[in-house]
Design a protein around this ligand. Structure first.
Ligand code: ATP
Length: 232
C-alpha cells in the first residue's frame, strides 16, 4: 500500500511556507507521491482579479518542478482548475481515491484552515476518506494562550495561532475516532496575503524584490516580475 499525499490551496502565490510544509509532509510520512492541487474558485475565498487561475497553476509547476525537488515525486495537478466553478475538497479527494484505489491518502492542511473544517462540505466523509495531517502556522499577534485540552501543548509549542481552539477540535475529532496527525513542523511565518500586499503596495515606489527572495522561490519571483502579477 502506497501513501499518496495531497496538498490543496489557492497558492496565490505559492510561497516558501507552502514549500517547507510540503517537504516536511513528504519526508515525515514517507510519501510515494505528493499531488499539489491549486483550487479554482475556493468556496471560502473571493476570486482574485489580479491573477488568472492558470497563472497560479503555472507558479506551482515552476516551483515544484524546479531542480531542488528532483528527488521527490511531486505532481502539480490541474484537476480543480480545469473544472468550471467551485471545487469541493470532498469531490477532489473522491476522484483521487478512484485513481489510487487501495492506497492510503494523506491530506495536508494548515492549522488556520483546520479551524474551519467543520464548515467544509461533507467534512465527516472527507475525514473518513483520508488521513488528515495538520501543519502548524505561526502568528505571534493572534497567538492563543489558553491551555485547555490535552493536545494544546503541541499547538502551544508551535506558537500556533488560536492554539486552544485548534487543539480542542483536534482532541474532539481524535476522540470520535478520526485519523488526524500533526506534522509537528517548525512553522515558516508567511502568507500569500502578506506577499500580495507587499508586491502591490510597493508599486508606487521602489519595489523590494530582494526582500521577497526570503519568501518566494527565485523561479516564482521571476514569473511574477515577468507577468507583472499583483502589480497592475
Ligand atoms: P492567503 O494568505 O491568500 O489566505 P495562504 O498563505 O494561507 O493564502 P493558501 O494557498 O490559502 O495560502 O494555503 C494552502 C494550504 O497551505 C492551507 O492548508 C494553509 O493552511 C497552508 N499554509 C499556507 N501557508 C502556510 C505556512 N506558512 N505554513 C504552513 N502551512 C501553510
Amino acid at each position: 500500500m502506497k501513501k499518496i499525499g495531497v496538498f490543496g490551496g489557492t497558492f496565490n502565490p505559492v510561497h516558501k511556507g507552502h514549500e517547507q510544509a510540503a517537504v516536511d509532509f513528504y519526508k515525515k510520512f514517507n510519501l510515494s507521491k505528493l499531488i499539489v492541487i491549486p483550487s479554482n474558485i475556493p468556496p471560502h475565498k473571493q476570486a482574485d482579479e489580479k491573477i488568472l487561475p492558470a497563472q497560479r497553476l503555472e507558479m506551482c509547476r515552476i516551483c515544484f518542478n524546479s531542480g531542488k525537488y528532483q528527488g521527490y515525486n511531486i505532481e502539480v495537478s490541474d484537476i480543480e482548475i480545469k473544472k468550471d466553478g467551485v471545487s469541493y475538497t470532498y469531490d477532489t479527494l473522491k476522484f483521487i481515491r478512484e485513481i489510487y484505489p487501495g492506497d492510503e491518502i494523506y491530506f495536508l492542511i494548515g492549522s488556520d484552515m483546520f479551524l474551519y473544517l467543520g464548515h467544509w462540505h461533507r467534512y465527516r466523509e472527507l475525514l473518513e476518506m483520508c488521513v488528515f495531517v495538520v501543519a502548524f502556522r505561526y502568528n505571534s499577534e493572534k497567538r492563543g494562550n489558553q491551555k485547555n485540552c490535552e493536545n494544546c501543548e503541541n499547538f502551544e509549542n508551535s506558537e500556533n495561532q488560536n492554539c486552544g481552539e485548534a487543539a480542542e477540535i483536534y482532541d474532539s475529532l481524535i476522540k470520535q475516532g478520526y485519523k488526524i496527525k500533526l506534522l509537528e513542523n517548525v512553522p515558516f511565518e508567511i502568507s500569500s496575503t502578506e506577499l500580495r500586499d507587499r508586491i502591490y503596495n510597493n508599486g508606487c515606489g521602489r519595489r523590494d524584490w530582494a526582500g521577497l527572495e526570503k519568501y518566494l522561490s527565485p523561479e516564482v519571483l521571476d514569473y511574477i516580475k515577468e507577468k507583472k502579477i499583483y502589480i497592475l
